[in-house]
Write a protein that binds this ligand. Structure first.
Ligand SMILES: *Cc1c(COP(=O)(O)O)cnc(C)c1O
Length: 413
C-alpha cells in the first residue's frame, strides 16, 4: 500500500508569505481606491538587460539550425559558462583554488539549497541562523531531519540566535552543528559579515569537521572592502564550505532561472564508515542522476553577463536597487527608528518607534499597511529573534520607492 511522505504532514504551511498575501488581498478588497505599494516583494522589477536578451535571441536562432542545435548538455553545465564563472568570480579576485571543475550550473539557488541535502548523512545536525531564509529549515524537515516542531522550532536543529542586541550577527553555537547554513549579506536582515567574523565560522567548521553551506545570493551587493565577496577568501574555506550563487537578484534572472554552486574538489569529509567522501564527485553523481542540466539558451544568457556590457548591466541593476535601499534606509533613520541593512544588501530591516505599547511585527505590518498603504514583511516570520521588526526591499521601482519614502516620512504610529 502506498503511503505518503510523513514529513509533508509535519511541515507547517509557509505561513509568512501566504499570510502577507492574504492580508494584502483583504486590504485591496476593502480599499479599492487606495494605491498600495509593495515593499515586501522578493522579486526584482527591472527587465532583462539588452545584452542578455541578445544572447538569448542568438542562442535561440542557433537552436533552430542543424549546425547550432544543442540537445542534452553536460549535467554540470557547459564548460564555456563554468570557465567564465571560475575565471571572473574567483581566479581574477585572487581565489585561485577554484576552477571550472568545482562549479556546477543550476536553475537557481533555491533548487541547489534544497537538493544538496541529498548529500548529508541521515543523522547530521543542522544549524540555522535565526532570523533566516525558511528554505534551509523546510528542505531538511522534508528530508526527515527536523524531529518534532514546537512553537516554530524543530527539536533536532541547532538554532544560531542573532538577536537585535547583537546587531543580528551570529555567534558560534554551543550545540553540535554538522551542517551550518550561513547567508551573508543576509536575507532578511541585510547584515553582512566582515572577513574576521566569517573567519570564526570557517575555523569552527575546520575544528569540528562541519560543512558550511554559504548562501551568497547577494554577493554582488557588497561594497565594503572588509566584507569578503566569497567565503573562499578565508583560508581553509575550500576544505569545509560550499558556496551557492544566483543570477536572480543581480541580473533579473528570477524568471530566467540560473545560478551556480561551487563544490570544491578540496572538500574533505567522510562517510559513516570513515571512508573519504568526495562531495564534488557526489554532487556530480547526484546531478547526473536527478537533473539534466540548464537549457543552452539560459546558459548563453548567463555567459553574456561576463562580457563588459554584461558586467555594466549587472552594475546598473545593483546600483538601482541599492539606491532604493539607501533611500529607504535614510527615510527610516530620519524618523529615529532602529535600522539595520540597506548597505551591502538590498534589504532594510527596521523597528518602528511607537507612541505606546510594544507591538509585534504583525501588528506593525497591519498599521503601516492601513495608515501608509505600504506592505512589508513581518520579521517574526523569519524566527522569534525578528519579533517587532519588519523588512522592506529595495527591489521595487525607483518611482514607487520614492513615493514609499514620502509616506514613511509622514507616518506616525
Ligand atoms: C532569492 C534568494 C534565493 C533564491 O534564488 P534563486 O536563484 O532565484 O532560486 C536564495 N537564497 C536567498 C537568501 C535568496 O534571497
Amino acid at each position: 500500500m502506498f503511503k505518503a511522505n510523513d514529513n509533508f504532514a509535519i511541515l507547517p504551511e509557509s505561513y509568512l508569505f501566504s499570510e502577507v498575501a492574504r492580508k494584502i488581498r483583504e486590504f485591496r478588497e476593502a480599499n479599492p481606491d487606495k494605491e498600495l505599494i509593495r515593499m515586501d516583494i522578493g522579486d526584482v522589477s527591472l527587465p532583462l538587460p539588452a545584452v542578455v536578451v541578445d544572447a538569448m535571441r542568438d542562442a535561440a536562432t542557433q537552436m533552430g539550425e542543424s549546425a547550432g542545435f544543442h540537445g542534452y548538455g553536460p549535467e554540470q553545465g557547459y564548460e564555456f559558462l563554468r570557465s567564465l564563472i571560475a575565471e571572473h568570480d574567483y581566479v581574477r579576485r585572487g581565489i585561485e583554488c577554484i576552477g571550472a571543475d568545482d562549479v556546477f550550473v543550476s536553475d537557481g539557488a533555491k533548487s541547489d539549497l534544497g537538493n544538496f541535502t541529498d548529500l548529508f548523512g541521515k543523522n547530521v545536525r543542522i544549524a540555522v541562523a535565526e532570523p533566516g531564509y525558511p528554505v534551509y529549515v523546510d528542505a531538511n524537515v522534508l528530508a526527515g531531519r527536523g524531529g518534532q516542531e514546537q512553537s516554530g522550532r524543530w527539536s533536532n536543529f541547532t538554532y544560531i540566535e542573532c538577536p537585535a542586541s547583537a546587531g543580528f550577527r551570529p555567534s558560534l553555537p554551543n550545540d553540535r552543528a554538522d551542517v551550518i547554513y550561513l547567508c551573508y549579506p543576509n536575507n532578511p536582515t541585510g547584515v553582512a559579515l566582515t572577513r574576521d567574523e566569517l573567519k570564526k565560522w570557517v575555523d569552527f567548521a575546520l575544528a569540528n569537521n562541519s560543512l558550511i553551506i554559504f548562501d551568497s545570493a547577494y554577493e554582488a551587493y557588497i561594497t565594503d572592502s572588509d566584507v569578503p565577496r566569497s567565503i573562499y577568501e578565508i583560508e581553509g574555506a575550500e576544505k569545509v564550505a560550499v558556496e551557492i550563487r544566483s543570477f536572480s537578484k543581480t541580473a533579473g534572472f528570477t524568471g530566467v532561472r540560473c545560478g551556480y554552486t561551487v563544490v570544491p574538489r578540496t572538500l574533505r569529509f567522510t562517510f559513516d564508515s570513515g571512508e573519504p567522501a568526495d562531495l564534488n564527485k557526489m554532487w556530480r553523481r547526484r546531478q547526473s542522476t536527478k537533473f539534466n542540466g540548464v537549457g543552452y539558451v539560459v546558459q548563453c544568457a548567463a555567459a553574456s553577463l561576463y562580457t563588459p556590457e554584461g558586467k555594466a548591466a549587472v552594475k546598473t541593476h545593483v546600483d538601482y536597487y541599492m539606491r532604493n535601499a539607501r533611500l529607504l534606509r535614510e527615510a527610516l533613520v530620519e524618523k529615529g527608528w532602529e535600522v539595520v541593512g540597506g548597505v551591502n544588501s538590498p534589504y532594510v530591516w527596521f523597528r518602528p518607534t511607537v507612541k505606546e505599547g510594544n507591538p509585534g511585527s504583525w501588528e506593525l505590518f497591519q498599521k503601516i499597511l492601513d495608515t501608509a498603504n505600504l506592505s512589508s514583511t513581518p520579521g517574526v516570520g523569519f524566527g522569534a529573534c525578528g519579533e517587532g521588526w519588519l523588512r522592506f526591499t529595495g527591489f521595487n521601482t525607483a518611482e514607487k520607492t520614492l513615493e514609499a519614502t514620502r509616506r514613511i516620512k509622514e507616518l506616525t504610529l
